[in-house]
Design a protein around this ligand. Structure first.
Ligand code: ZN
Length: 440
């Protein structure tokens, strides 16, 4: 039987002023209705609207992906894609690079939900998607064969947006109706993934993935479900302490499922990246600014000697984002998101975006993170802009650092020029903007 739910936005209906007996009667009816019929979080009209708005991307599927009809559907698995919209759509449809030269054939999800709530259909839901990898739930292994996979665009250590929760909740409800699944059938990838013994854990274990650990059932209009991990309880797997605390410990108001991708004494590479800790597509950005791919950490640094405050970026399909551009000016291209480049700074007043059409905005002024145009350039850790005028020349604005590499000049012709390569400070055109490093 379907568990009853409350929509995140559900309101108590107002009763007409007929006295308290009317209220008691209405309450009794409501309670009775809750017992007899499933209480759905969304209306039929809402579900139909969502269904009609799904963007069909099936034609983008890698033709090498072998479509196999799924015999049973027992679960719906929620993922976080650890990337921006474009790279997510590309990877789930076309495939991902696992080790240098080796690619998968795509088909890694049935649906993708963007951060502004748009739903994309990647693969017809009747086929098996290759999304859960090594996985087990309640003794059932190879969860991909018996489940539907939904990718939420975003990061397991970030926020899932309200629009994503609403669309995912609607989509899940539609699928629950089709496949007759109750709320306990909705699981996250990190709940069902398990790993073979490795250098971090000596037994078969949970924790291979951190995927969607920030997905809160209740925010999607679902009832809380499993009070324990059935495979840990049965002794088939050992628990991952962090995941167990998120999913199965009694929840208090302060238990938020937010994590961090910054290495600390308690937040190891394994905590952040799961079994992708040593992948070439996992990039470690050290506090000194240098970047090292996961497959080179062992030789170049050693797993026990990664400095604190190193930032870990997963799924860097095209390698190191910082390597692509030299100097402080970075470019959003090849599927790199603002998050890849700026981390937690992406929406700060000290991060600036230079759009291809010429306008400039700080991270605080950008609203739609899904639709940042390709080739947008950005600088992180800056103050400004300060306009150069006859009364306020560069030397007055920037002081002695006016001709240093870190002082950035933005020209009306959209050129971004570091201070050390400006040819003539006396002839700066009208309207040049200066950006100064925030520190120093
Ligand atoms: Zn996943």
């Amino acid at each position: 039987m379907r568990a009853s739910r409350t929509a995140p936005c559900a309101r108590t209906p107002g009763f007409p002023d007929l006295g308290k007996y009317a209220v008691i009667f209405a309450t009794a009816i409501t309670l009775l209705a809750g017992v007899i019929t499933p209480v759905l979080a969304y209306t039929r009209a809402e579900r139909r609207t969502l269904q009609n708005s799904i963007i069909d991307r099936r034609s983008q599927l890698n033709p090498k992906y072998k479509k196999v009809p799924r015999k049973k559907t027992r679960f719906i698995i929620v993922h976080t894609s650890e990337g921006g919209l474009n790279s997510t759509l590309r990877v789930v449809s076309r495939g991902k690079q696992i080790r240098r030269g080796y690619r998968t054939n795509g088909g890694h999800a049935h649906y993708v939900v963007s951060r502004n709530g748009r739903v994309y259909r990647i693969l017809n839901r009747r086929y098996v998607a290759d999304h859960a990898g090594r996985s087990m739930w309640n003794g059932q292994t190879d969860i991909s064969k018996v489940s539907i996979g939904i990718e939420l665009v975003g990061y397991h250590y970030g926020e899932i947006t309200d629009k994503q929760y609403r669309s995912a909740g609607l989509l899940i409800e539609i699928l629950q109706n089709i496949y007759d699944l109750d709320d306990s059938a909705i699981l996250t990838h990190s709940q069902v993934a398990y790993g073979k013994p490795n250098r971090w854990v000596r037994k078969p274990h949970r924790g291979r993935k951190r995927c969607a650990k920030n997905f809160d059932h209740r925010d999607a209009g679902l009832a809380p479900t499993w009070p324990h991990d059935p495979d840990v309880k049965a002794g088939r797997l050992v628990a991952d302490p962090e995941l167990a605390a998120i999913y199965y410990a009694p929840r208090t108001a302060s238990t938020r499922r937010k994590g961090s991708n910054v290495i600390s004494a308690t937040n190891t590479a394994w905590n952040i990246a799961g079994d992708e800790y040593n992948s070439p597509t996992t990039i470690y950005k050290l506090p000194n600014g240098k970047t090292v791919p996961g497959d080179e950490i062992e030789d170049r640094i050693g797993w026990n000697r990664i400095p604190k405050n190193t930032v870990v970026h997963l799924n860097q399909q095209d390698g190191d984002p910082a390597r692509a551009d030299q100097g402080p000016v970075k470019k959003l291209s090849n599927g790199h998101t603002a998050w890849d480049i700026a981390g937690f700074e992406y929406n700060k007043a000290t991060t600036f975006y230079f759009f291809p059409r010429g306008s400039v905005a700080s991270g605080k002024e950008v609203n739609d993170w899904d639709d940042l145009p390709a080739d947008t350039r950005m600088i992180v850790g800056y103050r400004g802009p300060f306009e150069v005028t006859a009364r306020r020349p560069a030397g007055v604005i920037a002081g002695v650092k006016y001709n240093k590499k870190d002082t950035i000049y933005y020209f009306p012709n959209k050129k971004i020029v570091p201070g050390d390569t400006v040819s003539d400070f006396k002839r700066l055109p009208k309207g040049v903007l200066v950006f100064l490093p925030d520190k120093g």
